[in-house]
Design a protein around this ligand. Structure first.
Ligand code: AMP
Length: 126
């Protein structure tokens, strides 16, 4: 049953690039979407497959997503699995990355999970 104390309205930030992609105001190559998430190709791909999976709801970081919208965090992981299958990298393997904050060089403050695959990755990451 829905918790009546929680707003089901989606929060958006009019200045947020990824909110604009969710709203269709900025074009993106969408590869998967569902009620809670949108997945689209990164503009500057770092691997043959580089997809960003984002919650429709605006939150700044993965930590905020987990705290405020745990159901969306779960939906994000489910969407990653779907994208990996669709992109043909589920078997060969892929890397998922949340960049959080300055040291990780997060540049867009709308939580997003990078899905990188189609080539062998190195470790540690740069
Ligand atoms: P991060 O550095 O983790 O915040 O990742 C932000 C990502 O968004 C970068 O990999 C960018 O290449 C990507 N990006 C920025 N603008 C767009 C856009 N309009 N469409 C798709 N990807 C974008």
């Amino acid at each position: 049953m829905t918790d009546p104390t929680r707003s089901t309205e989606r929060s958006t930030d009019p200045d947020c690039l990824f909110c604009k992609i969710v709203a269709g105001q900025i074009p993106a190559t969408v590869v998967h979407e569902d009620e809670a998430t949108v997945a689209f190709r990164d503009l500057e791909p770092q691997a043959p497959t580089h997809v960003l999976v984002i919650p429709r709801h605006h939150v700044r970081t993965a930590a905020a997503l987990a705290a405020e919208r745990p159901e969306d965090a779960a939906a994000l992981l489910a969407a990653v699995a779907r994208v990996a299958e669709q992109e043909g990298i589920a078997e060969s393997g892929y890397r998922t990355v949340f960049n959080t904050g300055a040291d990780a060089q997060q540049s867009v403050f709308h939580a997003h999970l990078h899905v990188l695959g189609g080539r062998a990755m190195t470790w540690p990451p740069g």
